[in-house]
Every structure is written in structure tokens, then in C-alpha cells.
Design a protein around this ligand. Structure first.
Ligand SMILES: Nc1ncnc2c1ncn2[C@@H]1O[C@H](COP(=O)(O)OP(=O)(O)OP(=O)(O)O)[C@@H](O)[C@H]1O
Length: 212
């Protein structure tokens, strides 16, 4: 369970959101919505625990984030606008490196299976820099499939994916939820129908007040 209590984020000229509170239980997906600049990425980054909010608290399994440290980092995948891939390494090498850095065991077979699922069997040994945008996104998504973690934080995960891959991602998100995981994502588009248990949070409704 992830819960947020009284969370506020300020920028130089305005309050992005203030006193935001919500709880997300196992098997639920939170869809963050709002216009460009509303604060969706800002909120996702706060939820990674790497940035601190102006005020408010974030709890994972009822413990406040700062006290959890690495334990929380090991429980989540964050997929940002930048895919977090090493451009000179192959999708396969990126996956192995992610597993090693996390200290999470990953067999050759499991790595190749994940790359096959995302449709990169033929590109698994090419340098990421030579892949298309959609293929890079697929390479980043392979990490979610290869290294199971309860919490997925996904910033515009459908961008650059073709319609078939968008549907596949919908299926993987659905599986993550069915297995008791949680997903928080931003998207300007309607989510694939495979994803159920969706709660929508529109940041536009709580943003925009000028700092006096
Ligand atoms: N590091 C930063 N320093 C100053 N302002 C920032 C910083 N990061 C983001 N902002 C500002 O905060 C606001 C919210 O940005 P954010 O990226 O969270 O929006 P978003 O809702 O994800 O937008 P989009 O739909 O365009 O991706 C924007 O006005 C942006 O310029």
C-alpha cells in the first residue's frame, strides 16, 4: 500500500499541487492526468523518494519514506521520460547491468525471455543508440518484466509505442495489478481497456494558485 498525505509541491511562480492526499492499494492503478506543466512528472519523482516535497509525507507499507531508504528503492521501478538506458550498451547488457546493480538475480534465459516479450529478440545485442525510439522504450520496459517489483512508476509509458505494443503494455500492467502490484502512471491518452481498477487523479483540479 502506498499513501500520500498533505503533499505539496511549489515552483518559483506557483503552487503545482497542495495538500494532496490519496491511498493506493495492491492491485490498483493510479492514472495521473492534467495539462502540460500541471505537475505529473514532479509528483512521480516525489514518489520515487529521490526528491523531497515542500510539505507532506509519503508512506510505503505504512512506513514514511525517509526511514525506508534502499528498501523502498528496491521495491519500485521508475520509468521516466529518459528511458534510463546506457546508449552504448545493448538491451541485453542494460538488463544484466540493471539486475546486477539491484542485486537481483537474473538468468540469461530470463533476460532473453523478457527481451523476446518486448519484441527485441533480433535487436538484443545492438547498441541502444542504434534503436528506434519505440525500440528504446521497449528495451526500458523489459526491465519491468525481467525484475519483478511491487510498485511501477511510469511517466508516459505509451509514448513512442505502436498500437500493438501499447496493447501489450496494457496487458503487462494488468498482470502487475493481478499479482498484487501497484502502478502509478501519467498519460495524456485513454488507457488500454485491459487495465482495470484505475483511479484517476486530475492535477489540474488542484493546481494553479499563484504564490503570493
Ligand atoms: N527542476 C525544475 N526546476 C524548476 N521548475 C521545474 C523543474 N521541473 C519542472 N519544473 C516546472 O514544474 C512544472 C511542472 O512540470 P512537470 O514536468 O511536473 O509537468 P507535467 O504535468 O509532467 O507536464 P507534461 O504533461 O508536459 O509532461 C512546469 O511548469 C515545469 O516548468
Amino acid at each position: 500500500m502506498l499513501s500520500v498525505s498533505g503533499l505539496s509541491a511549489l515552483r518559483v511562480d506557483r503552487t503545482l499541487f497542495s495538500k494532496l492526499s490519496f491511498t493506493l492499494n495492491s492491485g490498483q492503478c493510479l492514472h495521473l492526468r492534467g495539462a502540460n506543466g500541471a505537475g505529473k512528472t514532479t509528483l512521480l519523482k516525489l514518489l520515487t523518494g529521490l526528491n523531497r516535497p515542500q510539505s507532506g509525507e509519503i508512506y510505503w507499507q505504512q512506513q514514511a519514506l525517509p526511514s525506508l531508504g534502499e528498501q523502498y528503492a528496491a521495491a519500485l521501478h521508475y520509468l521516466g521520460h529518459k528511458d534510463g538506458l546506457k546508449e552504448l550498451l545493448s538491451p541485453y547488457a542494460n538488463l544484466r547491468m540493471a539486475a546486477e546493480l539491484a542485486g537481483q538475480p537474473l538468468s540469461d534465459e530470463a533476460a532473453l525471455q523478457a527481451l523476446a516479450k518486448v519484441g527485441l529478440s533480433h535487436q538484443c545485442d545492438l547498441a541502444v543508440r542504434s534503436l528506434s525510439q519505440g525500440q528504446k522504450k521497449r528495451a526500458a520496459l523489459a526491465k519491468l518484466l525481467a525484475l519483478p517489483r511491487p510498485l511501477w512508476l511510469l511517466d508516459e509509458p505509451f509514448v513512442a509505442l505502436d498500437t500493438q505494443a501499447q496493447d501489450q503494455l496494457g496487458g503487462w500492467i494488468s498482470q502487475q495489478l493481478s499479482s498484487g502490484g501497484l502502478v502509478i502512471l501519467t498519460s495524456h491518452q485513454t488507457l488500454p481497456t485491459a487495465i482495470s481498477q484505475v483511479i484517476e487523479l486530475d492535477l489540474a483540479l488542484s493546481q494553479g494558485s499563484k504564490n503570493e
